[in-house]
Ligand binder design. Structure first.
Ligand SMILES: C[S@@+](CC[C@H](N)C(=O)[O-])C[C@H]1O[C@@H](n2cnc3c(N)ncnc32)[C@H](O)[C@@H]1O
Length: 200
């Protein structure tokens, strides 16, 4: 007899989605500020999905993306580079940095920005900072301009991955992978410890 009849009726993808649900990092958002390359957006969505980040927000001042999320899922370039992760991800777009910040502040999210440069009032090396605040939005800047002063001013601190080469910065896909790995690792450990404490 099948002990789990509900499993038999689910597709393997749906089963996998259910299995990984407890490991998702709740209240964690990756924010892309005016990314210009659609392939980079796809790579970031793949990273976000693979690492268990809850949502992606995109500031799209140039209005190059559709407002409607369903329509975004149909974009071939996005679907291809994200290896279809875009179908399983929540992505929301904003017209301006100000609108995105307002939305985050209204929902009591703390913002932190990322940059290869020293920015703002407080600067942290990636692996030395604590990312276990209840609601966190992590901002990544434009491929050439970097992060805006507006986002820096509204953020608690600025995170850097130490650089030891001639090159000034990492690309967006690589940065999101490294930064979100550290942050999701910390938040998952924290969520697990919290669950264990509540089980006692
Ligand atoms: C290609 S970089 C932008 C380079 C740009 N010339 C600048 O001044 O920031 C795109 C984004 O990746 C992130 N990034 C790149 N290298 C980083 C590093 N070493 N530490 C933290 N973030 C980094 C930042 O969010 C940056 O805005």
């Amino acid at each position: 007899m099948n002990k789990h009849p509900e499993k038999a009726s689910k597709s393997p993808l749906r089963q996998r989605a259910d299995e990984i649900k407890p490991y998702r990092c709740k209240n964690l958002i990756a924010v892309l500020e005016n990314p210009k390359n659609i392939k980079n957006i796809g790579t970031v969505i793949r990273n976000v999905n693979a690492l268990g980040v809850e949502k992606t927000y995109i500031v799209d001042s140039g209005k190059s993306l559709p407002d409607d999320w369903e329509e975004m899922r149909e974009r071939k370039a996005l679907s291809k580079t994200s290896v279809s992760a875009v179908k399983w991800s929540f992505v929301k777009r904003f017209d301006t940095t100000e609108a995105c910040l307002k939305h985050l502040q209204k929902n009591r999210f703390v913002s932190v920005v990322t940059s290869p440069h020293i920015k703002g009032m407080r600067n942290e090396i990636l692996h030395e900072a604590d990312y276990t605040m209840p609601r966190l939005a992590v901002w990544f800047g434009n491929e050439s301009r970097g992060i805006s002063d507006e986002a820096v001013a509204a953020s608690e601190f600025c995170v850097s991955i130490p650089m030891f080469g001639i090159i000034e910065s990492l690309n967006l896909g690589t940065t999101t992978g490294i930064v979100l790995y550290e942050i999701t690792k910390q938040r998952r450990a924290y969520q697990e410890a919290y669950k264990r404490a509540n089980r006692k």
